[in-house]
Design a protein around this ligand. Structure first.
Ligand code: GTP
Ligand code: MG
Length: 149
């Protein structure tokens, strides 16, 4: 089954939105494969956002993500990567549809409370970056046969 990397950024943790984000993925029917609270590091962020390091906003992005704990999660299920992105909403929260996480909880692109992998390939890279292999559990929810035909 497909896996995606979802991360609650420091503003989402500080504002107490972690539980709401977990609930949305649980309610959708996705399975939590792993979760942990940690501080990011400059090295992790340079790797995680390697396509953005040359952008003018990157120093601010780095500072933002180092400003407090993040919550790293792996969610699993059918099309978890693309659906996870839809659940997060557009990058700029003023353009995120109401009903999405960013659409419901935030205002600025530099404080958009969550990250979601943008492709299966990047999801696998990000999961390997933020988690040890042994932290990613293989298990099937009892709801499986009620969610999938
Ligand atoms: P992530 O899920 O966090 O990867 O966001 P995304 O895939 O929707 O967007 P992208 O990967 O292009 O940008 C990564 C993050 O950089 C965004 O989520 C924002 O937090 C931040 N960011 C992107 N563009 C800007 C910008 O123009 N200004 C600022 N301040 N931050 C930006
Ligand atoms: Mg991105």
């Amino acid at each position: 089954m497909e896996r995606t990397y979802i991360m609650v950024k420091p503003d989402g943790v500080q504002r107490g939105i972690v539980g709401n984000i977990i609930s949305r993925f649980e309610q959708k029917g996705y399975v939590m494969v792993a979760m942990k609270t940690r501080m990011a590091t400059p090295e992790l962020l340079d790797e995680h956002y390697c396509d953005l390091v040359e952008k003018p906003f990157f120093p601010k992005l780095r500072e933002y993500l180092l400003s407090g704990p993040v919550v790293s999660m792996c969610w699993e299920g059918k099309e978890a990567v693309s659906t996870g992105r839809k659940m997060l909403g557009a990058t700029n929260p003023l353009e995120s549809a109401p009903g999405t996480i960013r659409g419901d909880f935030c205002i600025e692109v530099g404080r958009n409370i969550c990250h979601g992998s943008d492709s299966v390939e990047n999801a696998n890279k990000e999961l390997a970056l933020w988690f040890e292999e042994s932290e990613l559990l293989d298990w099937e929810s009892h709801s499986h046969d009620w969610l999938y035909e």
